[in-house]
Ligand binder design. Sequence first.
Ligand code: PMV
Length: 337
Amino acid sequence: MARTDTGRATFRAAPNIALVKYWGVRTPELGLPFNSSLSVTLGRMHTETTVRFAPELAADSLRLNGASTRGPMLTDVSRFLDRVRGLARLSTRAEVRTANNFPTASGLASSASGFAALAGAATRAAGLHLSARALSRLARLGSGSASRSIYGGFVEWRAGHREDGRDCFARPLYPASHWPAFRDLVVIIASAPVKKVRSADAMQSSVRTSPYFQARQREIPRRIVSMRRAIGRRDACTLFPLIMEECDSFRKVCETTSPSLDYLTEDSRRAIDEVRSLNEEVGRPIAAYTHDAGAHLHIFTLAADAGMVRRRLAHLRGVQETLLLRPGPPAEERRTR
Ligand code: PMV
């Protein structure tokens, strides 16, 4: 018989930005990606989520940044809680309170930190003690990139080969402390349009229609090996060109998807050009750009160059704000307030 216990727990998780992108799912029911991906978890930004299972609740509810939230977001959360209830043999409904310490609608990925924090809080509240690897597998079912936000620092999400997905999980490569000088300058583009197609649908449209999708699949393993090695040696001169090559390859898949997925604005493109010019002027790669399925940019650089890179980008037309971040910590349980 299903249990109806009461339990409450709080978890905190940070967003991550992919250096090698996840884009395309081979088994949608299990959220298994075509390719492995690599990311850095971000410092300073986080989602904090409290889950309370209680027998008196008639339905799941969600408060996001203090406001009661329904619609597709509550549906996604409730579906995710069903998985946790299934694991814990629990039938109780839950109250979910979640807050981001960064603007939710800004286009900065909040689904990664959101589902990583929800996976941690919901399983603990349900009385489960999952390993980080098991949490990563579970978080993946909410949002693919959430599998990586379970860990801090540099993280690889292995696509695996098995049909049941048991070999598909993220693993920590290097903790945040490995490369103290590594910086991510987040460039917020003022006119960023609101996403019209959910990433989960957009990427499947790329799988079906982009003539470049398969070629990109063949490039990725080599790129991941080279990036892992460069991160291990803290070798920015090798890593930064690889990050830009990967971003350009991801963008090419998006642009050759039918209908075309064009996430950048004129202002984002100007910022990318500025990074290219800066590297040419200096004569070595001191910065690298990347972006997700949105108009904002992440510019990687090192502490010694961060001030100069920031000045160059902050003054461009259409740049609303820049945030200078470091690699961040893993997801962790917090005391519930
Ligand atoms: O985790 P999702 O389903 O929101 O998809 C994320 C896709 C990208 O952000 C574009 C790439 C990635 O690996 O994070």
